[in-house]
Design a binder for this molecule. Structure first.
Ligand code: EPZ
Length: 435
């Protein structure tokens, strides 16, 4: 993502000491907010979104929607109302869409609303090729014509609107499931999504769409059925509150496991983080769970026991916490295997952890062997993507000496001014603006 203002983090490491204390509150989930913004295209009434995270990806998607005719009024930093009454544009402004892969989620709603959508090939990224074949095949199944141009796709809905279809996802796809769940609400006839994703954010969004007039069943199961409204737009009867970010919460929980004495992480549904929390307990952390918060404590001398893990669609271990967890394993006792099953490029960041002194062997693009504990040394690093960038921040915090992390804009894509909450826990981190 090209940025003019590429800030830098300067961090002074704790050298393995366990000192962090206090409480952090997580923000609205990035991966729920982006889809809620996209779904606004399907509404015939203004849609208010609350608890929005103030992050770059959300701002970028707002820019894209506004350029296409969406009227957005902000009520403070975290609440905004989307009014699609004049939404008629089908062409994604490429200069904006190129920078936000998640804009692919809006292709379905725009196609359903306007009968056509034109959008650039969404870029892949460091974690993988990020193909969109599931989307193109799904639109064809719903009766649309898909044309692949040199720089963009043009998709035309059938006369009279999209038709319900049976869609099987060859791999469980989070945005694929969300996009077709939303899009099918306006189609003619019934759509059945098979091998669908079960992420909590999908259940939350689906329930809100049902409150807004959609007929959806099977949320949270591998088969979701949507009875289409034949082109009749959805009607918001209430605001939609973005659920707390379980990935941001998990990232902070891993920080506490690395260098925390007594920290409470709040603002999310703790039962949505079972895969991580049970693993941290097995590794030796004490965790008190409340519905919307967890309190993690550890004795000063606790060197955690290592644990192997495999990333897996919800409710398995989230791929978005894989990099922060590997950082923790470099400081834990034992030899473990990490198996990244979702993305083919999501272990590349480990080179930099090795540069800091970690003992990691990449066995193939999907599997790494981690031996710990191995002390880390502060270094100058560059954040490759938001989750690996956060993993570097955690590594710098636990390392001996000073670290500089460049391309903080990648971290800002998904974590709202993370340094402010880190400072509140006792981390010595400073953001330096570079114009
Ligand atoms: C969503 O990405 C999240 N992004 C990702 O979070 C997250 O890592 C991922 O789900 C898995 O949980 C958003 O929600 C905006 P997929 P998504 O479709 O939906 C393959 C972050 O850091 N696939 O579930 O794009 C794909 O290559 C980001 O917040 C196809 O082959 O991921 C992958 O191997 C990173 N063809 C697998 O499916 C397609 O058309 C699962 O990907 C689509 C996907």
């Amino acid at each position: 993502m090209s940025n003019t203002t590429n800030d830098t983090f300067h961090i002074t490491g704790l050298g393995g000491k366990r000192v962090l204390k206090g409480e952090v509150k997580v923000n609205g989930a990035k991966n729920a907010a982006l889809k809620a913004q996209a779904t606004a295209v399907l509404f015939g009434t203004p849609l208010t979104l609350a608890n929005m995270p103030d992050i770059a990806d959300v701002q970028k998607l707002d820019e894209l929607l506004e350029a296409m005719g969406m009227e957005i009024t902000k009520e403070g930093k975290r609440k905004r109302t989307y009014n699609a009454r004049h939404f008629s544009e089908s062409v994604f402004p490429a200069h904006i869409a190129k920078h936000i892969r998640a804009s692919v989620v809006a292709t379905g709603p725009v196609l359903a609303r306007t009968g056509k959508v034109v959008f650039p090939h969404p870029g892949g990224c460091v974690i993988g090729a990020r193909p969109i074949d599931f989307f193109l095949n799904g639109y064809k199944k719903m009766g649309a014509v898909v044309r692949e141009g040199k720089s963009a796709y043009t998709i035309i809905a059938p006369r009279g609107g999209l038709r319900g279809a049976e869609i099987f996802f060859p791999k469980v796809s989070v945005t694929g499931t969300e996009t077709f769940m939303m899009t099918a609400t306006l189609a003619h006839g019934t759509t059945v999504l098979k091998n669908a994703a079960m992420e909590p954010e999908i259940v939350s969004l689906g329930n809100f769409l049902k409150e807004s007039g959609a007929d959806i069943s099977g949320l949270g199961t591998p088969t979701i059925t949507i009875k289409g409204r034949g082109g009749k737009l959805l009607r918001a009867r209430s605001a939609y509150t973005i659920p707390g970010d379980r990935i941001e919460a998990g990232s902070f929980c891993i920080l506490v496991a690395l260098a925390g004495r007594d920290v409470t992480v709040s603002g999310f549904n703790s039962e949505e983080l079972d895969a991580l929390l049970f693993m941290l307990e097995d590794m030796g952390m004490n965790i008190e769970k409340e519905k919307r918060s967890v309190r993690l404590t550890a004795g000063t001398k606790t060197a955690l026991k290592s644990a192997s893990f495999t990333t897996h669609e919800y409710p398995g271990f989230p791929t978005d916490l894989q990099a922060p967890m590997v950082t923790l394993l470099t400081q834990s006792e034992g030899e473990t295997t990490v198996f990244e099953t979702i993305f083919e490029g999501r272990l590349r960041y480990t080179d930099e952890l090795k540069f800091m002194g970690a003992d990691i062997t990449l066995m193939d693009p999907h599997r790494a062997l981690v031996r710990g504990p191995k002390a880390l040394k502060g270094r100058t690093l560059e954040s490759p993507d938001l989750r690996a960038g956060l993993a570097y921040v955690l590594a710098a915090i636990v390392a001996e000496g000073k670290s500089t992390i460049h391309a903080v804009s990648n971290i800002d894509r998904g974590y709202e001014r993370v340094e402010e909450r880190l400072v509140s826990l006792g981390v010595d981190i400073e953001r330096v603006h570079q114009d």
